[in-house]
Design a binder for this molecule. Structure first.
Ligand code: ADP
Ligand code: MG
Length: 724
């Protein structure tokens, strides 16, 4: 009988690229056709309603109920024209994913059917979503939770449902989601950054955050995926021997995109375009079957909402191609994992990028002020920023020499570092920084002009010309989980910056001098977080420790930094999180960590006992049968003749016994940990005892994979999962 794996391989071989549809019209003709964007709002709304929503988006003004009713009616009219039958408040609970509960438009009164959607239904819903993690902010007996429309993110239609981007709060108004703290942090940053920008330009009215999220992912054939319980339940392989060839030759990286993958890409890109997601780049990533898609940056709320939506769309479209998209940070051992680089900058309402150095950064006090404030914020809260990207998934990837290290440093490039060091050392600023010379190749190729800064791929937080690239985000994360921290630490730092300048000015310092002195102070105080070398090297880790930068040794330990005094002071003073909300977040983070690891531990136990060991036992029995026959035929000579068989039998038996014993120990370790009531303590035990045991189990299982007849091995192997 064929194994599960063989059947899956047969099925996978029938999956071809012929069944897909791509629009042949120019993208511009259908771009954002499924979004109720400004253009459509203007057409469908009364001028008063249109103005109300415009003010809400631009200045964060409240929308009154009468306007809300009008807005709802126009949304409904548009949605029905587009064939929608339902609407949903799409929110982002603390699970890190999205949640939706669909409500039908249809209503019947006096036997007459009609479509109904009121302003109150638009503005708020009560989805009774009492099962989402809340870290103790809701008791199930008083479990009201409300989703409320976020007018700053446009509504859209997905699969016949009008989706309304929403926040999710408790009965008493506490944030139960990822969006609320992010919106609050943007409000805080807006205030702080506007005040600092006003030191240079009185006309600046507001500052917003722009982000561009680079999304990495793996693709695996659906049949092979379904034959791997670990991929299905954990999105990661808990066992699996590395493939003889994987990424050593870097031949996949930026290679020609396989046609099956290209078909999938074109298909999901088309759907994304219809949803107004402006994707600009696609390419093969480093690991086999790993890819990347990148949209053009936009305002932080929109970029994050669209990233969440893009992940949904990719999953849905993949089904049509018999593919599974894997966003897990480390689905396969031994090869690169997936991240979500967050390109982050601040922009004024007058369209000035506050992180743009211009041609003469040494003279650009505004740029230097904002840069220094970011550096100081990152330095002051380096562990918190790191903790905000630390999930179980991401912990498998960070610090492994392929992804950002588990300690923060900032790369600025030599041009800027020279300026910063001159400022710190009170040297005269060089008047004009020499631009790097043009590069000549051969006559037929036009000269090329290098950027002012080179790149540093090993830095978790790198300046890339006019923005910072925060590289430690995990591919599956809701980016808001870390952008709200980044926005907050910069907001706090800018507030301090402004206070410092004000104080100096009050003492009679002229403004320019006061600003320069403050830049100097900020840069000197946080010089230790700036590092231009190899962030992957061991030396740096030792050096970082000497510099007082905190590394994440253990994920649950890192979570406690959310409720450390300096963090709570920052959150509360900015109005981003209350102490209770911060505490709830650590609870949820620890709980999620435990639950995910618990699932992985169960899955590895199941795979070993029900898949690996049975296969190993039957292979051993086959060998034993042969050995017995040899003995019958050759007598005592069999020992020499069957040396390989005998040795293999012994090895297989050894690994089988080790596996079964280790699985038992793993169960005990879980039981012990589960008895611990304190969630942080429990997570700690999981992160040590449970995790260590899983590594041990994997070692035996992967050795068995190498020993056992390929014909009987039950699970698709890495070489099959990773290459189409
Ligand atoms: P790279 O590989 O060089 O990092 P990518 O093209 O993969 O570049 O991604 C760059 C991302 O940065 C894109 O989403 C891009 O729109 C975004 N980006 C560019 N300028 C800014 C900016 N000023 N602020 C925020 N994001 C930006
Ligand atoms: Mg990048």
């Amino acid at each position: 009988m064929a194994t599960f794996r063989q059947r899956a391989l047969n099925e996978a071989s029938t999956h071809t690229t012929d069944r897909y549809f791509v629009e042949d019209k120019p993208v511009s003709s259908y771009f954002a056709q499924n979004v109720f964007d400004m253009d459509k709002m203007r057409r469908y709304m009364s001028p008063i309603a249109f103005e109300a929503i415009g003010h809400a988006i631009k200045y964060g003004k409240k929308i009154e109920r009468t306007a809300a009713n009008e807005i709802a009616t126009s949304m409904k009219n548009w949605a029905i024209e587009m064939g929608a039958t339902h609407y949903t408040h799409l929110f982002q609970p603390l699970t890190g994913t999205t949640a939706e509960k669909h409500e039908a438009f249809i209503s019947v009164k006096d036997g007459k059917p009609f479509e109904k959607f009121s302003g109150s239904a638009l503005v708020q819903q009560e989805p009774d979503a009492s099962s989402f993690p809340n870290g103790g902010l809701r008791n199930t007996f008083e479990a009201r939770g409300y989703s409320a429309w976020d007018p700053t993110s446009p509504v859209f239609i997905l699969d016949g449902t009008l989706c309304i981007p929403s926040v999710f709060v408790s009965y008493t108004g506490e944030a139960l989601d990822m969006k609320v703290p992010n919106l609050r942090s943007m409000q805080a940053l807006n205030q702080a950054a506007t005040a600092v920008a006003n030191l240079f330009d009185k006309t600046v009215k507001s500052v917003s955050v722009n982000i561009g999220l680079e999304q990495e992912y793996f693709l695996v054939d659906e049949s092979l995926y379904n034959a791997r319980p670990d991929l299905k339940l954990c999105q990661r392989t808990v066992i699996g021997h590395t493939s003889a060839k994987d990424q050593q030759l870097s031949d996949h990286y930026f290679g020609a995109i396989p046609s099956r993958v290209e078909a999938f890409m074109k298909d999901f890109e088309t759907e994304a375009y219809k949803l107004g997601i402006e994707l600009e780049t696609r390419h093969n990533e480093v690991a086999p079957n790993q890819f990347e898609t990148v949209p053009v940056f936009s305002s932080a709320t929109k970029a994050i909402d669209q990233n969440m939506l893009l992940m949904i769309v990719m999953q849905k479209v993949a089904e049509k191609h018999h593919l599974k998209v894997i966003f897990h940070e480390k689905p396969f051992d031994g090869i690169n994992g997936s991240g979500k680089h967050c390109n982050w900058s601040m922009q004024t309402n007058t369209n000035v990028n506050l992180l743009s150095p211009g041609k003469t950064p040494n003279k650009n006090l505004q740029f230097l002020s904002f840069y220094a404030a970011v550096v100081k914020g990152v330095y002051d809260h380096n562990l918190l920023l790191m903790a905000s990207v630390c999930t179980l998934n991401n912990s498998y990837r960070l610090g492994g020499g392929e992804a950002p290290p588990s300690v923060i440093s900032i790369f600025s490039g030599s041009t800027l570092m020279k300026i910063f060091d001159s400022i710190i050392n009170m040297e005269d600023l060089q008047d004009e920084e020499a631009r790097a010379e043009s590069i000549k190749i051969v006559n037929s190729i036009p000269e090329i002009f290098p950027d002012n800064t080179d790149r540093n791929r090993t830095s978790p937080f790198a300046f890339t010309g006019n923005r910072f690239e925060w590289r430690a985000l995990g591919a599956s994360m809701n980016a808001a989980a870390t952008t709200f921290i980044l926005n907050s630490i910069v907001a706090e730092s800018l507030n301090k910056f402004k206070a410092e300048v004000d104080a100096l000015e009050e003492k009679g310092e002229p403004r320019q001098k006061a600003i320069l002195a403050t830049i100097r102070k900020f840069l000197s105080e946080s010089r230790n977080v700036m590092f231009e070398g190899n962030g992957y090297s061991k030396e740096w880790h030792e050096e970082a420790r000497r510099r007082g930068l905190e590394a994440i040794e253990n994920v649950p330990d890192a979570y406690s930094v959310y409720i450390r005094k300096d963090s709570v002071d920052m959150f509360t003073s900015l109005g981003v999180l209350s102490y209770e909300e911060a505490l709830a977040r650590t609870e949820v983070l620890n709980e999620t960590y435990v639950k995910k690891l618990q699932i992985e531990a169960r899955v590895i136990g199941d795979i070993c006992l029900n898949h690996v060991i049975p296969a190993a036992v039957s292979y051993r029995n086959e060998l034993l049968k042969g050995i017995q026959s040899s003995k019958d035929v050759y007598g005592d000579e069999y020992k020499q003749l069957c040396k390989y068989d005998l040795d293999t039998c012994t090895k297989v038996c050894k690994f089988i016994n080790a596996l079964s014993a280790d699985v038992e120990t793993l169960v005990e370790a879980r039981k012990k940990a589960n008895k611990v009531q304190d969630m942080a303590q429990r997570a700690k035990l999981y992160s040590t005892e449970v995790k260590d045991m899983m590594d041990k189990i994997r070692y035996s299982a992967d050795h068995l994979e190498m020993l056992i007849d390929d014909e009987v091995w039950p699970l698709p192997k890495y070489r099959e999962l990773l290459f189409f």
